[in-house]
Design a protein around this ligand. Structure first.
Ligand code: HXC
Length: 265
């Protein structure tokens, strides 16, 4: 098929913004194993960019879907062990997104279902257009969420709504997702969403790169851990911030009533 010949994931750079496009529109950007492999490669490369990339937008091509889930055709013949390996590949992509210093914004326009919602949940936060739908329909296929849905969805929306969504396989629209705290910001269309996401990255880029990276590290590590552990992780991150030149500069600039000149170390 022409879909199989084209690279399923593209990375473009616009200044300090990187845009990762999942480009398999004929299958609603379903996450076939080669798409997951290409996503892993893309995030491994972005980790090499250091502070040249201050934020990453993840988008789906074609205008109908962010990602409609794992590729059901590819799941069909798998043995239980191969199924588990596919799950682990998805978790590897999530781990790469979470270990990247730069914040990653899922920009959802259309369906974010199953593994698609799970990919979005692995990102730092979700922006969405009004034309978006969210759900974990796996039980309709005899499956359960396998890329982190049972872990991150309850953290995002609370246990009650997460269970309702996972047991029913029901889809919710963008307004409902925003009200539930799943979506950070909602936009009328794709253009305004991408402009809003770029503006957010520019705003983040004006801050101390070191501090943003430490904050992300602490937020990711503390998520789901008991309060005492989370507090210790925060103390360690706070201490690390004191070790940076950027902290000395940021505090001095405030006291001297001038703009800070952050250097990223
Ligand atoms: C493979 C998919 C697909 C998927 C859509 N397509 N989703 N192919 N895997 N997840 C393909 C269709 O087969 C079809 O191909 C084309 O994309 C367009 O989809 P349609 O169904 O014709 O479009 P529409 O009627 O508008 O319905 C859209 C939809 C529906 C509601 C999103 O496609 C749908 O329900 N998709 C499956 C969603 C789902 O169950 N996702 C969870 C997957 S399991 P053709 O060739 O016919 O044109 C999962 C587990 C994660 O994610 C963990 C794994 C370890």
């Amino acid at each position: 098929t022409p879909d199989a010949a084209a690279p399923p994931v593209r990375v473009e750079r616009e200044g300090v913004v990187a845009i990762v496009t999942i480009d398999r529109p004929k299958a609603l950007n379903a996450l076939a194993p080669e798409v997951l492999g290409a996503l892993a490669e893309a995030f491994e490369e972005l980790a090499q960019a250091g502070d040249a990339v201050r934020g990453v937008l993840v988008v789906g091509a074609g205008g109908r879907a962010f990602v409609a889930g794992a590729d059901i055709r590819a799941l069909a013949p798998l043995t239980p062990e191969e199924g588990a390996a596919t799950g682990r590949l998805g978790h590897r992509v999530a781990a790469l997104i979470e270990s990247l210093s730069a914040p990653v914004i899922a920009c959802v326009d259309g369906f974010a279902l199953g593994g698609g919602l799970e990919l979005a949940l692995a990102c730092d936060f979700i922006y969405a257009t009004d034309a978006s739908w969210f759900g974990q329909p796996e039980v309709r296929l005899g499956l359960i969420p396998g890329f982190g849905g049972t872990v991150r969805l309850p953290r995002a929306v609370g246990l009650a709504l997460a269970k309702e969504l996972i047991y029913t396989g029901r889809r919710i629209d963008a307004a409902t997702a925003e009200a539930a705290g799943l979506v950070a910001r909602r936009f009328p269309d794709r253009e305004s969403m991408l402009a809003g996401a770029r503006a957010t990255v520019e705003e983040i880029a004006a801050n101390a790169w070191t501090a943003v990276g430490i904050a992300k590290r602490v937020l990711v590590a503390a998520s789901g851990t008991p309060t005492a552990t989370a507090v210790e992780l925060e103390v360690a991150g706070f201490e690390d911030a004191f070790r940076t030149d950027d902290m000395r500069e940021g505090v001095a600039a405030f006291l001297e009533k001038r703009e800070p000149g952050f250097r990223g170390h």
